[in-house]
Design a protein. Structure first.
Length: 258
């Protein structure tokens, strides 16, 4: 697609967040939307994201938002015809300290107040759910049956397909180089292929969000954090249907793959 010269809303970034924003804007009736991606969709941090979907959060509104997300992933494939690889296998969150266990129980109490389904487990019950763990040092756990995982690149493509179907324009291979403003409002997005007049700019540039914001004279406290992960060979010792696993005290998570 060629670069348009005008759009009401310009979204900078074609990852999972940018395409989700465009999809939801279109769903709210905002069809004059352009997404700019400097390379190809998902080519930033989206392509190697873990894709864990955990709905239990410390704030009620965040939990409700994640509930909506999990429900959406289940129906987005049917709506768009694009696979999201949503797997509602559940999640297991371990508490390896008394402080973490108290925190999880507080979160569970809040979640139950609006009928959020979860189960607090003993270490033995956690082992039954995930036989590969050791219970040494584990105080308790929370199991959320409706959690799971999604394939971030596939999800992004589903968002993009749904957004395009509603009139959103997505232009790949366009690098944003700056902005023009009138007062405190951005009026034009400057790219390596020309300029776009606009009323609203959404910065969804992920690990480059800080750089994009700086072009507009805004300081965004965001940056890239190094994250190591390893992929194991398949093993017959891994039973099918295991939930995703988080152990925040020991700073790791596991995502079993079939």
């Amino acid at each position: 697609m060629t670069l348009p010269n005008r759009a009401r809303i310009v979204v900078v970034g074609g990852g999972a967040v940018g395409c989700s924003i465009a999809y939801h804007l279109a769903g709210l009736g905002q069809r004059d939307v352009v997404v700019l991606e400097k390379s190809g969709l998902t080519h930033g941090s989206t392509w190697h994201a873990a894709g864990l979907v955990g709905q239990l959060r410390s704030k009620r509104n965040l939990t409700r938002l994640m509930q909506y997300s999990a429900q959406l992933y289940g129906r987005l494939e049917a709506e768009t015809g694009q696979a999201t690889e949503w797997k509602p296998v559940g999640s297991l969150r371990l508490a390896s300290s008394e402080e973490r266990w108290s925190e999880l129980k507080r979160m569970a109490t809040t979640a139950r107040s609006f009928d959020f389904e979860l189960h607090t487990l003993s270490p033995k019950e956690a082992l039954d759910r995930f036989p590969l763990i050791t219970t040494q040092g584990v105080v308790g756990a929370v199991f959320v049956p409706n959690d799971g995982s999604v394939e971030p690149s596939s999800l992004t493509m589903a968002y993009a397909k749904g957004a395009r179907a509603k009139g959103v324009r997505i232009v790949e291979g366009v690098l944003v180089r700056g902005f023009e403003s009138s007062g405190r409002r951005i009026t034009r997005v400057l790219t390596d292929q020309g300029a776009i007049e606009c009323e609203i700019v959404v910065n969804a540039a992920g690990i480059w969000a800080r750089d994009v914001a700086r072009m507009a004279g805004v300081q965004v406290p965001a940056g890239a954090v190094e994250h190591q992960y390893l992929i194991t060979e398949k093993s017959d010792k891994v039973p099918p249907g295991l939930p995703t696993l988080r152990d925040p005290d020991n700073i790791f998570y596991l995502k079993p793959e079939p």
